[in-house]
Design a protein around this ligand. Structure first.
Ligand SMILES: [Zn+2]
Length: 81
């Protein structure tokens, strides 16, 4: 996992090919995450076009609020043995 930008989220990158898989943001009431649909086996089911965005001027509070609203509540499980 990598910390990028202001360091409030963990970005998951495939260790084999370097593709960005998703991000996880711990927050005061739990955690939130997203997954890049195009990395899923059934990615063809996601038919909406990608929308490029630039959010360089968001404050940390704005970023957290947007992620709490748009990402899904999530829990990172420990590695399975
Ligand atoms: Zn990969």
């Amino acid at each position: 996992m990598y910390h990028i930008g202001i360091g409030i989220s963990d970005f998951m990158i495939c260790r084999n090919c370097g593709v960005y898989i998703g991000a996880h943001m711990p927050d005061k009431d739990g955690a939130y995450a997203n997954v890049m649909a195009h990395v899923l086996d059934d990615h063809a089911q996601f038919t909406l076009p990608s929308i490029p965005v630039v959010r360089t001027k968001e404050s940390e509070a704005e970023k957290r609020a947007r992620r709490r609203a748009a990402w899904t509540p999530a829990v990172i499980l420990p590695p399975q043995k």
